[in-house]
Design a protein around this ligand. Sequence first.
Ligand SMILES: *[C@@H]1O[C@H](CO)[C@@H](O)[C@H](O)[C@H]1NC(C)=O
Ligand SMILES: *[C@@H]1O[C@H](CO)[C@@H](O)[C@H](O)[C@H]1NC(C)=O
Ligand SMILES: *[C@@H]1O[C@H](CO)[C@@H](O)[C@H](O)[C@H]1NC(C)=O
Length: 203
Amino acid sequence: MFAFQLLSALSSAALLVAATPAGRAHDHDTCSTAAAKMDLPANQTQLVSPTTDPLFVMLGVGVQNYTCILPEPLLHCSTISCLDTTPAFGVIQTLGFDFWKALPARVTADDLGAKIGPPLLLGFHYFVTSPSGTGLSPKWDFTSTGRFSRNSSAFVLGAKVGDITAPADPAVNIDWLALNNAEGSLASKIFRIDTVNGQPPHL
Ligand SMILES: *[C@@H]1O[C@H](CO)[C@@H](O)[C@H](O)[C@H]1NC(C)=O
Ligand SMILES: *[C@@H]1O[C@H](CO)[C@@H](O)[C@H](O)[C@H]1NC(C)=O
Ligand SMILES: *[C@@H]1O[C@H](CO)[C@@H](O)[C@H](O)[C@H]1NC(C)=O
């Protein structure tokens, strides 16, 4: 299985978490992300950490069309926002990848997502035709899941603005990226970091 597994942070100047009604202690996608700092390599200028806290910190797994989830058997948490003060936060991408890799090949990321109801499943990540009409753009789509269910603007289409090779094992792990919002209102920036695998296999 040629699995992708990676960690993304969606950022915006508008903090949606501030608008969340109180009293939803078990709604794991509303944990504070204040302590979640991206571990960007020092010697690069492509990925610039925003000054605001991320709106979402999430784990994505899958093959090409991967799904933003935290598998429930791991830590009973939806997004990894809730882990940002625990030791698991530092290794969740490896745990997630190992979990995904151990599943039978016939289990797709969508199957996995379907087993994990909202709010554990934040949304889906896939590629669509770019707004220009040519090429593909990555889309993070929360419109059918969790607290954004049926909200047609809860997505973001990304335009890449920064790209570095993975700091560790770049032949295996795909590049770390910074993307700006090209469409949608979910977030203004997206960072794809802490990647595990994802490079095409050597045939
Ligand atoms: C940063 O990168 C530049 C160019 O590759 C290199 O000359 C420099 O030594 C690097 N600095 C550090 C601290 O790694
Ligand atoms: C990913 O899934 C979306 C939605 O189902 C689809 O439109 C798109 O063509 C898929 N992209 C790839 C690269 O498979
Ligand atoms: C829909 O989602 C967007 C974020 O993508 C948010 O800004 C907006 O307030 C939401 N609308 C409603 C009615 O909840």
